[in-house]
Design a protein around this ligand. Structure first.
Ligand code: PLP
Length: 365
């Protein structure tokens, strides 16, 4: 079985001799309601603009982001996805080391290594509970380091409160450590005041926040993300960066997405219903442990030896693509991460999973 990474639908299709459109992709955490119609209209209506270079200053989109998030445009850095925004931040900050709380999105380590920044890995939880120990974290750090925390957290689905992260940001500030909070999945939460530290970036210069449009607005193939940070850091980045990396259609899409009305609410309603449904299906199965999800994906553990691996293989034959967690620190091949889709898709997957687990568990008896 090939070792798969989330979101690589073309590679997956090729490896399974299928067309990409035949794949039911539960591996990438993309909003199934999107892209919003307004984004599609804006993009198709702007195709003529591709004969010009993009606006390298990203002015229109910065204006919209500024209004939407109450942040000065001078503190926004746009990127070709949150991935590029992170690379730009790290390149400017040049921390001695980047501390990554693991398990983590593998892009953090890849980006740091690309920039020759040493990575220090610290377990996100100890003794079973998902929560970081501030003490362990802070003790391992030195002035000049940076820390990246993902909230809501991929792949566990766990969410830290804004208060917890604000406390951490303050402690780290005193120690001369920069805190990057990756809020790529934050838009999926209706009550963001409770979870997001974005407003705090105004007060704490050593705090930066990343956001992504690719997940919520379903534009991973177009790509848009941004960082909110201190104005002098943003200016330092803008002076030397390649502004053309954010293509014009991505900028147009982001303008339409972030000034849109109604799509976010529609997404929150869908997600609330699907999350409740998950608890009545995956959540009730005796062999499956569901981690409570806060965003549009969930982590499950199928404890019976080898069953999760066999299930992945079985689903592969049906062209259903899930993310196995072998290779992620603190997790192993008993864990699977699943993107939440529309009800029909979720039901189709659940029927396949339940049927396979019942047949395989019975066969063992
Ligand atoms: C936690 C996290 N941050 C950032 C990214 C990258 O986002 P983007 O597509 O905006 O580069 C991902 C992609 O899966 C992710 O899971």
């Amino acid at each position: 079985m090939m070792r798969v990474h989330g979101g690589r639908v073309y590679e997956y299709a090729e490896a399974h001799d299928a067309a990409w459109s035949e794949i039911a992709d539960f591996s990438a955490n993309i909003n199934p309601l999107g892209p919003p119609p307004a984004v599609l209209r804006a993009v198709t209506g702007s195709l003529g603009q591709i004969r010009h270079y993009p606006d390298a200053r990203h002015q229109a989109v910065k204006r919209v982001l500024s209004q939407r998030f109450g942040v000065e445009p001078e503190r926004i850095v746009c990127g070709n996805g949150a991935t590029e925004a992170l690379a730009l931040l790290l390149e400017a900050l040049r921390p001695q080391r980047l501390m990554v709380l693991t398990p983590a999105f593998q892009g953090y380590e890849a980006t740091a290594r690309h920039l020759h920044i040493p990575v220090l890995k610290v377990p996100l939880w100890q003794d079973g509970g998902v929560a970081f120990s501030q003490l362990t974290l802070v003790q391992s750090l030195q002035c000049g380091d940076a820390v990246i925390v993902n909230n809501p957290h991929n792949p566990t689905g766990y969410a830290f409160t804004a208060r917890e992260l604000a406390e951490l940001a303050e402690v780290l500030q005193e120690r001369g450590v920069h805190l990057i909070v990756d809020e790529s999945f934050m838009d999926f939460l209706p009550d963001q005041e409770r979870w997001s530290v974005l407003p705090l970036t105004r007060k704490i210069a050593s705090l930066s926040v990343l956001r992504s449009a690719t997940k919520m607005y379903a534009i991973p193939g177009l790509r848009f993300g941004f960082a909110v940070c201190a104005a002098d850091l943003a200016a330092q980045i803008e002076r030397v960066r390649d502004g053309w990396s954010v293509n014009q259609l991505a900028q147009v899409a982001a303008v339409a997405a972030y000034q849109g009305v109604g799509f976010d609410e529609q997404t929150w309603t869908w997600l609330k219903e699907e999350t409740s449904w998950l608890y009545t299906t995956w959540g009730r199965h005796s062999l499956i442990e569901l981690q409570p999800p806060h965003a549009n994906f969930f982590l499950v553990q199928i404890k019976q030896g080898g069953l999760a691996r066999k299930l992945l293989r079985h689903l592969e034959q049906q062209r259903v693509y899930l993310r196995g967690m072998a290779g992620f620190e603190l997790l192993d091949d008993t864990f699977l991460r699943v993107a939440i889709q529309t009800r029909g898709q979720n039901e189709r997957l659940w029927r396949a999973v339940e049927g396979f687990v019942a047949a395989t568990a019975q066969a063992k008896e």
